[in-house]
Each structure stands twice: as structure tokens, then as C-alpha cells.
Design a protein around this ligand. Sequence first.
Ligand code: FAD
Length: 454
Amino acid sequence: MSRSLPLGAPVVHLFIADLRLHDHAALHAGLAQALAEGRPWLALWLPPPAQPTPWGWPRTGARRLAWWHSAAHGLAQGLARHGHPLWCLPDGTTATLQAWISACSPAAVHVLEVPAPEERAVLQTLVAWGIPVHRHGIGTLHEAADLPFTPEAVPTVFTAFRQAVERAHTPVPGPLPVPTRWPAAWQPAENIADRLGWRCLDPQAPDDTALLAGDARHALPWPPADEAPWGGEAAALRHLQRYLDGGHARRYKATRNHLADPWGSSHWSLWLATGALSPRQALAALRAHEAAHGATDGTYWLWFELLWRDHFRWLHRRFGAALYRARGLAPHAPPRPLDPQRLARWMQGETGCDIVDAGMRELAASGYLSNRMRQIVASYWLHELQGDWRVGAAWFEAQLLDHDPCSNTGNWLYIAGLGTDPRGGRRFDPRKQAAQHDPDGAYRRRWLAPDTRP
Ligand SMILES: Cc1cc2nc3c(=O)[nH]c(=O)nc-3n(C[C@H](O)[C@H](O)[C@H](O)COP(=O)(O)OP(=O)(O)OC[C@H]3O[C@@H](n4cnc5c(N)ncnc54)[C@H](O)[C@@H]3O)c2cc1C
């Protein structure tokens, strides 16, 4: 695609999973370029994919879509304070990208990269068309250059990764402030938005809180209704502080396996997934809490878990699309033919295994599951029902509010024994798990009792 650069060609920030203004190196860099070159600036959001999966459900379910829109409205509010609208692309197809490029001929595109194949493909398309694409990290705590290994040699086993990072004492950069200097906003030619199907997000659009929190059985620490948009960065930062001020991080190691405890784990994943919360911001707040109140095994363990998140991102950077094969990184794996009835029973929570059914109903009704329940239901799909990991992961993708391609794929491969872990998969015995984590059956009763909602 050949292109000439008009005078008013904007510098673009392509928001993908970084819907915030705080701690945003890519944002700072793009704004600085626009200011230095006297160019307008354009904020463009690429929403999560909407197309159907091969198994018939949409890639992004209605609740997760509502969550992303809530996060995007939060971003739109923040941008509006600096005189900028947030434009929304209809999708990430080549045709849409082509129309975008010919409409505004960007001088450059800045992104915080999601190191998963589909998101990378969008950027590769832009590069192939000659657009200068500036990538600013992959949303991890450390920068690649600060790690004690190259990204190509990232340790494949988590413990080795964590130990190397901890031994190196590499400091995590502190979070950046919200930018203070903003260039002029890019002005679209008349009718162009209509012609391209673009729209500007309405910063005042209400949250769909009925969809997000409508099922009273959920165990999510939702903010009060007047703190909408719940998905926005302001709500994310308030939740972060509330969690720490409540002393929950101090107890985290003891409570993280609770199955239905809104404060048993941090729930930072909800905002980390959309990027409304930066992991460095979360870590900085955790460290400040430790400095004020002392470290505990709970606060240490939260850091440990954030390193799991990073590990899956670095593994994506290293292995890329190979992770998404049916056999993952294994040399071979026997094919697992799909039994649609088994799949339907698992998705609907009708397997006959009570702890699994409770979990699958919670997932479908609330868009969230504790880590322990994710392990139990994923193991059941893989090891009892002999399902293909990609189908299970796709159902999680559609349902989970906090879906993150790297963490989701990484965890599924780990339990399936098709990732980089040498121990060959994890089977969680549902009976033992229920006895250990739901000894009085309260969790199962909560989700298996007949649904009495009107
Ligand atoms: C099959 C399966 C699928 C999963 N899919 C996702 C997903 O799509 N998105 C997602 O964010 N997490 C996923 N996880 C990881 C984990 O279950 C969630 O991160 C966690 O339950 C989120 O709740 P929290 O924020 O309260 O976590 P906490 O327990 O409070 O942990 C703090 C943070 O550490 C990170 N973290 C914790 N555990 C893990 C882990 N096992 N892997 C990677 N990061 C971790 C998350 O960013 C989390 O927010 C999955 C786990 C399994 C077993």
C-alpha cells in the first residue's frame, strides 16, 4: 500500500489493552512526537474481537464486552479532560485497517503491545504497509533490557524465571504520571467517520451494571454504583487502594484459595486485563503499603503472582503462535475429537460433578472464577472429559471479564501439560478439591440451588 504523508498527518495511539492514562510510556512517547513535530494526535481504540468461534459462541461474550466498554468510557472521560475524543474502530480486519490508514495517513503509530499472535498480526499489517509502528513494551513489570536473560532465552519453567528475576534484584520502574502536555486533536474530514463506521465514545455513557453485577450470587468486589464507570482507571485505582487499605493483601496467602470471597484475592485482574490498571502501579502501591505497614507472606505472594502474569507474557514473546497449536509446545499430542454434548454439559454446568457444575454456573452468571475454581473446571475438561484445551480456553475467553490471552493460554497449556512446564500437566481431583476448599458445601449450594431470580 503506497502512501503520501499530508501535512496534518496525525501521530496515532492505538489503544488495545492499555485503556488508561497513568503509567503509560507509549502514550508519553506518542504525545511527545506529536508535540515535537507539530502534528495532531489521534486516540484510537481497537475493541476485542467479536467474530464467532468455530464452536458457535462469540469470541467476546456480552458481559465481557460490557466490561471493555466500561473501561473505554473511563478512558474517554480521561481523554476528554485533555481535549481529546476516543475514536473506536469497528474491528481489526484488514479492510478496516486499510480504510483507517487511507483516511488519516498516520505519521506514526504508538502501541503498548499485547504479545499474542492476533494482536501482533495487526501491527505486522501496519508495518507491511510502511507505517512506522513504535512498540513500547509488552505490559510487564520489567523492561526486556533489564532482565537477567534475553527475551529469546527466557527460562521456560516459572520457578527458574522467578528465581533469576529475584536474584538479579532488578528494580521495577516506578509508574509514570499522567501526561500534562497534549497536542491538538486530529480533526476528521467531514463525514469520514460515518463513511468508515467509526464512532466517538461517549464519555458519559452509563455502565451496564445490571449485566456486570446482576446475579446477586457473585463474589466480586464491585464498587458502589456512583463510582461508574467501574471499568475505568479511576475505579481501578480506587479498588487498588481499597484492597490495600482494607489489609487484604496482608492476609492474601491464607485467603487466595477461598472460592467465594470478594476480598480473598485482589481482583486486580479485572482492570489489568483492559489495561485500566498498570501492573507497575499495582506493584508500587503494594510496595508503599509494605513500607508503611511491613511486608507479610501475603504481600510477597501477590508479587509472586504478578510474576506469573509476566512469565506468560515473556513466554508469548518467545514462542508466539506455536503456543496456540492443538499440541501447544509438545512434540505431539493425540487428537481430541469434539463431543458436542459433553461440551454443552460442561459449559452449562450439567456434568453431574457438583463442584465443577457450581464453577461453570458461576462463570456463566458472573464472568469470574477464583483461580482455584479455574484450575478445577479446566482440569475436568482436559483430564476427565478429554477435551481439547483450545475449546475450553475459547469458552473462558468469551466469558471471563478478566480474559487475557497470555494468562489464559498459558494456564490452559500448563494444566494440559502442553506448555513449558516439565511436570506434564496438572490433574485436580474434583472430590478432593471440594473437600479441601468447600468443606461445608456452601459454595456448591450457592450455585447449584435452583435459580430463583425473576
Ligand atoms: C485455566 C485458567 C485460565 C486463566 N485465565 C486467565 C485470564 O484469562 N486472565 C487472567 O488475568 N488470569 C487468568 N488466570 C489466572 C488466575 O486465575 C487469575 O489471574 C486470577 O484468578 C485473577 O484473580 P485476582 O486478580 O484476584 O488474582 P490474585 O490471586 O489476587 O493475583 C494477583 C494478580 O496476579 C496475577 N496472577 C495470579 N495468578 C495468576 C496465574 N495463574 N497466571 C497468570 N497471572 C496470575 C493476575 O494478574 C492477578 O490479578 C487463569 C487461570 C487458569 C487456571
